[in-house]
Every structure is written in C-alpha cells, then in structure tokens.
Design a protein around this ligand. Structure first.
Ligand code: ADP
Ligand code: MG
Length: 697
C-alpha cells in the first residue's frame, strides 16, 4: 500500500500535471495565466479545455459532469448532467462544450437568497472557477464554480472569499513595498482546518429520530462513563474506526487532499482529521470534500459520521480549528518572526495589524462562527468562550508590553537582546507556549482561530479575517505613505496600535467566570447567542469594511444576515418538532407501558400475598407518575412556544422567539425525560442510550 500512495495521490484531480500533459501548449499557458491572475478565461480556449477534461474524466469512469458550488445553506450543491448527446435515432456520443464548462444556468429560486430573490430574479448562474481544480468523484466530473444571481450578486460563499483574498493581497503588497519587497507579486492566505467528528454505529443511529432529523441527540442521560478518565484522547484507535480512517485517507488522497493527521479526540467516539494547509480557497473546497467523504465512507462501514457541533450533552462537542497565515508568492510566511531587527519590525507590524483587525471586528468574527449548533459549544465551558480574545504567548506579550511601556525588553531567556532599532527588540519566537482556552491563538507562525463549528463552511471566518486584516494593512500603508522618517513611523505605528488594542490580548483561562467579568470591564463584546450576534452583521462599520474592499455589497450583506436568521429559526424548529414527536409517540407510550407493568405486578403479588410489601414498585410508581405528568406539562409548553415562534413573520423576532422561548422549553422537557430514562427499565426505553452509542464501536 505504502508504495502506491504517491500514485494514488491526486489521481482523480485534473491538476497541473494533467493539464500540461493533455492540453496544447498555448492553451495550457493561457489557462495557467488565468489561474494565477484571476482574470477571465479566453473563451476561444474553453472548448479545448472542456474536451480534454471530458476525455480524461471518462477514462476515470465519469459519465456525468456537474457544476459544484457553495450556496448560502452552508453545504455544497450539485446538479448532474450526462455527457451523452444523441446521434441519429439510436446512438449517442459523449460531448462537453466550452460553454457548458464555463457557465451553467441554475434555478436559484430554491436556494436561500434572503431578500436577493425578491429584489432580483430567481435565475442564478454558476461560473467556472479555474483557480480550483476539477475532479472526478462517484462517476461525475466536478467543476468548482461560483454561484451568482442574474444581476451579478454573489449567492454563494466562494465569490466573497476570492474577493477577500484579492483585498488582503492588494493592501498587504502596498505595505511590503515600504519594506523594500519588490519581488512579491501576490500575497495568499493559507489555511489548515482541523476537523473534529463523532462516529456512531448506523444501526443505533437509525433508531434515533433526533440524530436522523437534527444531527444531535435531543434526549439522553449521561452514561456511567464519560470522558473523565481522559483515556480516549490520543488513545489507540479501535479496529473498526481504523479501517474507516484508512479508507477515508485513501479517498481523500485520490482527490488530492493532504490528509495528514488522525487521532482520537477528548470525548468517547470522537476523532479528528487534519490536512496539510493549502491556499485558502483550496482549503475551503477541501474541507467541504473532507466532510462529505467522512459521511460517505462511514456509511460504507456501517457507521455514521456526526458533524454536528454538539451531538451529545455532557461530553465535548466538535469544532474546527482554522489555522491561518499569510505568505508571499515567493514563499515567505509573513508570520515567521525575522532574524534581524528590521525583519522583526515588519513581523511586529503585521502582528499589530492582525491584533487591531481582531479587536475592531470582534463582532464579525463572532458572527462568522455563529449557528444554532455552535451555540451549544461556545461559552459552554469546553470550547472557547463566546468572547473573542487573542493569545500571543508569554514572550511576545512581554515584548509588546515593553514596547508599549517604553521599557527595555529583558527577554524571557538570556542572550536574545538586540537593540538594533531602539524600540524594537530582537527575539526568538516562542512556539512552546499553548493556551487551549483561547479562541484566537498565535502558534509560532500562524494564528489558530478555534471558534468554528464542526459542520460549518469555513469560508466566512476566512472572509472576515482576510478583509479585516486588509483594512488594517490599508490604514498602515496610508500612514507610511506620508511618513518622513520610515523607521520611526513604523515604530510609532507598532507602539500605538498595540497600546490601542491591548484589551483584546489575554493569556488567562478563557473558560473562567472571572474572565467574563474582566472582559466586560475591558469593553469586549460578549455575544452569547447566534441571534444576538447576527443582528450586528449590517452595522454601518461592517458594511463600510466590506464595501470598501469590494468583498460584499450592502445587499449581499443584508441577504446573508437574513439567511442566517432564517437558518437558525428553521434549525430550532425542526429540533422542537422532533422532540414533540418523540415524546408523544415513543417516550411517553413506553413509560406508560412500564407503569402498567409495575402496577400489574403489584396487583398480582397482592392477590396472592395480601400482606406482602412491594417496595420497589410502590416507591417507583408515584415518582414515575409525577415525572410523566411533568413531561406531559413540559410537552404542552413546548408545543405552545413552538406554535408562537412558527407564526411570527418578522425574521429577527422569530429567531429571538426560538432562542428565548423554544430552546428553554426544549431544555425543560429534556430535563424531565432524561430523569425518566434513568428510572425506566432498559427494555422499555425506546431509544439506544448514550452508553450504547458512545462505547459500542
Ligand atoms: P497544532 O499541533 O498546533 O495544531 P500542527 O503543526 O499540527 O499544529 O498544524 C495544525 C494545522 O495547521 C495543520 O493543518 C497544518 O497544516 C496547519 N498549518 C501549519 N502551518 C500553516 C500555515 N503557515 N498556514 C496555515 N496553516 C498552517
Ligand atoms: Mg490545533
């Protein structure tokens, strides 16, 4: 197997090697130029490319092609057409034209477009994105595309992502020029997304309506064993899981995805996969493919992959760590600290730009990870809190303090002091210091944004990061443009920026209650729930940011905000209805059957032994009865709350009702039902329990 991996890797991808081999030289050159510059493709070469793609895809077993895009639902969309084209009455040939490659017309009316649908037309277009490679999967040629409305508004997550990558490149290059870098022609942000997930046996999954309809368990009491022994984290991988992981790796390698690391995570039956980082737009596509392959491969093994942020209460949920950095096309990582004071100045300036961006746009970063599912993690004592802060590591923090206070930097360790530029010390970056509770941590040569939910498309957090940092770069470049003494201007910028944004830097325990109080004192935002966060999307400063950098227009922002609210309401609504159905049709009938058995047992015993005590039954029956009444009352309250929220027309008020009335009613119902579970005989309980689900594989 090992020998074959290099052959396997990328064998289903129409990548650079394949293009070079299969395209006429001039076409290949024209296409790679398009890919490098992001300029529109020359239509005259489209037919040639399409034909080569088709022949290659057919050799790989494809019969269909599909434009593959990322609508605002958060997942991917595809519509497959076959290559067949009739010749005469009884024959077909396989055809694929340049026109079909470049542009697809798709009925956009069933995709969420929030507002845009009414304002514009239902028609939408998918446009080939030559910057991402096409690939063959499940018998189809997948063509990555951008999705936009008839009038050109982006209806997807990819278009603004590509725009944000342009923005940070443009502004970043301005800055680099001042430091004498004339060689770099483009800056790219790079992303490596570590993906967490749970695995459950398909047979058990099928018996849980809540998992099937909502992706998470809406009921379920803790198993006697949870994650307290910490024996699962990095523990040996069980055979069935190992076989699944092996298959998954191979599938991903075929698709050219560098699946690199796999291990068990903190909770039982929880695992993680990390690829090697890639350019952001590729990393986004790859993460979507990883999630999809996880689900499909699991099914082949009689398993189900749960990507929900919180499949089980009382053990950790699943997130994603978005490792992010910026590099030049000459291969230099801008978050690598330099060796000389001058290089350090550049590094510190870029660091300052990021710190400023994260502080100025805390709200947008929070919004970019907010969802009904992630609300169960953020701030719930396991994942990072809902408050954004930055962890830089002890040494960097000391340096920054010394710069801001104007004191000499002594260094954590001796022998590192170099006062080449008086205000900017030399230092070695510190990569050992980790703070697992920080939502946004510097980890040596990259930042790790840890608030993302496991199931989300990672485009939005990266759109925000790229654009917010582009804005810092823009402001810095403006200042330096007018500076008389460059070195001094840089030193002042670094000092002033850190001084102004010190409040966002925090190295303590992000899970603690003290931090919540402290953060409030510092004036940091604490947007506890998704609906609380969403409403800030169209705040004037945010609209200005996106418009200034050409990333999203006001209507594009407003439409996205509306979709976020709607998705939230729909998600909670499905959960509420699922709970109602399970309680009414499965749980309460099961409990009543158990009552009846207990009651008959008492009656039968007393008929024979009139003076006998029936302690167990007599203790349990009244408790069960009163809990059952409690469940019945809680069920009615939930039904009422759900009906009220469902009837609300205003999408903001509606989401608020789901958040503030339906969810609490759901929690109240769950509390009673979980209590009932602990008292009902296993053979009566209609659902597989937590122990079964987490410890059976
Ligand atoms: P950690 O143990 O800190 O999580 P790893 O070195 O295992 O760190 O990296 C985690 C993820 O970060 C991987 O997906 C890796 O490819 C990615 N990564 C490493 N360097 C960069 C970079 N320069 N830009 C973006 N992601 C990176
Ligand atoms: Mg990590």
């Amino acid at each position: 197997m090992n020998k074959k991996v290099p052959e396997l890797f990328g064998c289903m991808v129409f990548n650079d090697d394949v293009m070079r081999e299969r395209l006429p030289k001039d076409v290949y050159q024209s296409l790679t130029k398009t890919m490098a510059t992001g300029k529109p493709i020359d239509p005259s070469i489209a037919d040639v490319v399409a034909n080569a793609m088709k022949d290659w895809a057919i050799e790989k077993g494809a019969t269909h092609y599909t434009h593959w895009f990322q609508p605002l639902t958060g997942v991917t969309a595809e519509k497959h057409d076959s290559f067949i084209s009739p010749v005469g009455n009884c024959k077909v040939v396989m055809e694929f034209s340049g026109k079909e490659l470049i542009k697809g017309e798709s009925d956009a009316s069933s995709f969420p477009s929030g507002g845009l649908r009414a304002t514009f037309e239902a028609r939408g277009y998918t446009m080939w994105d030559p910057a991402s490679y096409a690939f063959v999967k499940d018998g189809s040629l997948y063509i990555p595309t951008a999705f936009c409305s008839y009038t050109g508004e982006a209806l997807d997550t990819k278009t603004p992502l590509l725009r944000s990558m342009d923005a940070i490149s443009t502004q970043g290059l301005r800055l680099l020029r001042f430091f004498g870098d004339t060689a770099s022609k483009r800056l790219t942000t790079t992303v490596g997304a570590e993906q967490e997930y749970f695995i459950v046996d398909k047979k058990l999954y099928d018996r849980r309506k809540d998992l099937r309809f909502t992706g998470r368990t809406l009921f379920g009491t803790a198993a006697p064993k949870g994650q307290e022994m910490e024996d699962h984290y990095f523990g040996p991988i069980k055979t069935r899981i190992a076989e699944f992981m092996k298959d998954l790796d191979e599938e991903l390698w075929r698709l050219g995805i560098n699946a690199k690391t796999k291990h068990n995570e903190a909770a039982p039956a929880q695992h993680e996969l990390a690829p090697i980082y890639a350019t952001t737009n590729m990393a986004v596509d790859q993460n979507l493919l990883i999630m999809e392959c996880m689900k499909k491969t699991a099914e082949k093994h009689g398993l189900v992959c749960l990507l929900h942020e919180k499949p089980y209460a009382r053990v950790n949920g699943s997130g994603k760590h978005n490792n992010w950095s910026i590099s030049t096309d000459t291969g230099k990582n801008l978050l690598d600290a330099g060796k000389t004071p001058a290089e350090n100045a550049k590094f510190l300036l870029i660091l300052a730009a990021i710190v400023k961006a994260v502080d100025d746009y805390q709200d947008l970063l929070r919004i970019s990870v907010a969802s009904a599912g992630n609300d169960h993690r953020l701030g719930a004592g396991e994942a990072p809190p809902a408050i954004i802060s930055i962890f830089l590591g002890e040494e960097l923090e000391e340096i920054i303090h010394s710069i801001v206070d104007g004191t000499a930097y002594r260094g954590v360790r001796a022998g590192m002091l170099d006062l080449g530029v008086p205000t900017i010390p030399t230092f070695r970056k510190d990569t050992t210091d980790r703070n697992r509770t920080s939502p946004f941590a510097f980890t040596g040569n990259k930042f790790e944004f840890r608030m993302l939910g496991a199931s989300q498309n990672i485009a939005m957090p990266n759109i925000v990061l790229n654009t917010a940092v582009a804005e810092s770069f823009r402001q810095f470049a403006n200042v330096l443009e007018d500076a008389e003494d460059f070195d001094e201007a840089v030193a002042t910028l670094i000092k002033d920026t850190f001084a102004a944004h010190m409040r966002i830097i925090f190295d303590g325990n992000g899970y603690s209650d003290e931090w919540k109080k402290e953060a409030e004192k510092r004036g940091l935002l604490n947007l506890r729930t998704a609906p609380e966060a969403f409403r800030h999307f169209h705040d004037e400063k945010n609209v200005k940011l996106f418009e200034r950098h050409g990333v999203m227009s006001r209507v594009e922002i407003e439409s996205r905000e509306e979709i976020l609210f709607e998705n939230y309401a729909k998600t909670v609504n499905i959960e509420a209805l699922t709970m109602i159905e399970m309680t009414r049709r499965d749980i309460l009938p099961a409990v009543v059957a158990y009552h009846t058995e207990l009651a008959s047992s008492v009656a039968a015993k007393l008929a024979i032994l009139p003076n006998q005590k029936c302690g167990f039954e007599e203790d349990l029956l009244p408790t069960l009865c009163s809990l059952t009444n409690g469940a019945s009352t809680a069920l009615k309250s939930l039904q009422k709350a759900e009906a009220k929220a469902a009837a609300e027309q205003d999408f903001v008020k509606k989401a608020d009702l789901y958040c503030n009335e339906v969810l609490p009613a759901m929690r109240a119902l769950r509390l009673v039902v979980d209590e009932l579970e602990t008292m009902t005989a296993s053979r009566f309980w209609p659902l597989p329990d937590y122990g079964d689900m987490m410890f059976s594989i």
